[in-house]
Design a protein around this ligand. Structure first.
Ligand code: 5AD
Length: 323
C-alpha cells in the first residue's frame, strides 16, 4: 500500500487503532500465519561506541564485560540448531577483538550446521561485509535508529549518519537480506521523523524491520527520560507492515519488556518473527541494553503462539524471498 508522509503522520497522531487490524490482515495475506524463530546469541557486550540510550555504551563502567570464544559460540549455535532453530543470529557490541578472519571462521562453521546466519555486529566497511557474506552470512541487522540527522548526532557521539546509511546500502548491494529499524520515544523525537523512518525503510527496500520502544537505562545519560510509548511503537511497526507487505518483522523484546504479552500484541499487529535468546543465563544478564529485558523461550513461547492461532515454521529458514 502506498501512503504519503502526510497520511502516515495522521495515522501516528490519531487515536484510531484500526491500523493494527489492517496490518494483521496484510501480514496474513502476504506472509501467512507462520512465525519464524531466530535464535539469538549475544557473543560480546564490549562496545567501542557511546550511544546515549544503550546500557552497553563504552562509558558505562558498571557493566561486567565479556567475550565468548569461538568454541563457546559454536556450542551455543549447535545447541540451537539441534533444538530446531533454522536461523542463528550473532549479535555483539562493536568489538574489534573479532577480526574479519575470526568472524568468517565462526560464520562458516555455523553455516555447516545447515542454518541461515544473521549478523548484527555494527558498522563495518564494504570489504568486511563482503568477506562475511562469502563465508556464508545470509542476513545483517543494522538499525538506522532514527533518520532525524540532528537527533542522530545527539544520540551518537562521534558517529556519522552518512556512514550508517552507507553500511545499509552496501549490505543490500552485497546481496544480504538487510534488516534495519528504529527506536520509538527517543528524547525530542518527532512524529514527523518517525514517518521519515518508515519512508526510509521503503526507500532502502529493507527485508526486515525491527521497531522497539526506547527504555531508559539507569546507567546512561538518558536515565531520567520518559519511556517510549508502547502503542506508538506498535503503530510504527504496523505501518511498516502495510507499506512493505512481504518483509519479515519481529515482535521485539523491548515491546515485551514494556507490557505483558507485548510481543503477542505485536504478532497480531503485523509481526511474524520472534527472536528467542540462546545466550547462556550467566552472560545473558550482562547483555543489558536496557533494563528488565525479558526472555521467554521453549514451551512457554510455543503455548502463547498457539493461543493466538498461529504456528511456528519448522521447515524453512524464512527468507523474504519465500514469503
Ligand atoms: N531501549 C530500547 N532499545 C534499545 N536499543 C539500545 N538501547 C536501547 C534502549 N535503551 C536497541 C537499539 C539497537 C538494538 C540492538 O537495541 O535500537 O539497535
Amino acid at each position: 500500500m502506498e501512503l504519503s508522509k502526510k497520511e502516515i503522520i495522521e495515522i501516528l497522531k490519531s487515536n484510531d487503532k484500526s491500523i493494527f487490524k489492517t496490518a494483521d490482515e496484510v501480514r496474513r495475506e502476504y506472509v501467512g500465519d507462520g512465525i519464524h524463530l531466530r535464535g539469538l546469541i549475544e557473543f560480546s557486550n564490549i562496545c567501542k561506541r557511546n550511544c546515549l540510550y544503550c546500557g552497553l555504551q563504552s562509558a558505562n563502567r558498571s557493566v561486567k564485560r565479556y567475550r565468548l570464544s569461538k568454541n563457546e559460540i559454536l556450542t551455543l549455535a549447535k545447541k540451537g540448531a539441534k533444538d530446531g532453530y533454522k536461523t542463528i543470529v550473532l549479535q555483539s557490541g562493536e568489538d574489534d577483538f573479532y577480526t574479519t578472519d575470526l568472524l568468517c571462521d565462526i560464520v562458516s562453521e555455523i553455516k555447516s550446521l545447515g542454518v541461515a546466519i544473521t549478523l548484527s555486529i555494527g558498522e563495518k566497511n564494504f570489504e568486511e561485509y563482503k568477506a562475511y557474506k562469502e563465508a556464508g552470512a545470509d542476513r545483517f541487522l543494522l538499525r538506522i535508529e532514527t533518520t532525524d540527522e540532528n537527533l542522530y548526532k545527539k544520540m551518537h557521539p562521534y558517529a556519522d549518519f552518512a556512514n550508517r546509511r552507507r553500511c545499509l546500502y552496501d549490505l543490500k548491494r552485497l546481496g544480504y537480506e538487510t534488516g534495519t529499524g528504529c527506536l520509538v520515544g527517543l528524547p525530542e523525537q518527532s512524529v514527523e521523523s518517525l514517518a521519515d523512518d518508515i519512508l526510509f525503510f521503503k526507500e532502502l527496500n529493507a527485508d526486515m524491520v525491527g521497531i522497539g520502544p526506547f527504555i531508559p537505562h539507569p546507567q546512561t545519560p538518558l536515565k531520567t527520560q520518559p519511556v517510549g510509548n508502547f502503542e506508538l511503537a506498535v503503530k510504527v511497526m504496523a505501518l511498516t507492515r502495510v507499506i512493505l507487505p512481504d518483509i519479515n518483522i519481529p515482535a521485539t523484546t523491548a515491546m515485551e519488556s514494556l507490557r505483558e504479552d507485548g510481543r503477542m500484541f505485536a504478532l497480531q499487529s503485523g509481526a511474524n518473527v520472534i527472536m528467542p535468546n540462546l545466550t547462556d543465563e550467566f552472560h545473558k544478564k550482562m547483555y543489558e541494553i536496557y533494563p528488565n529485558k525479558v526472555s521467554i523461550t521453549g514451551l512457554e513461547l510455543e503455548n502463547k503462539i498457539s493461543q493466538t492461532g498461529r504456528f511456528i515454521v519448522s521447515d524453512s529458514c524464512g527468507f523474504r524471498k519465500n514469503n
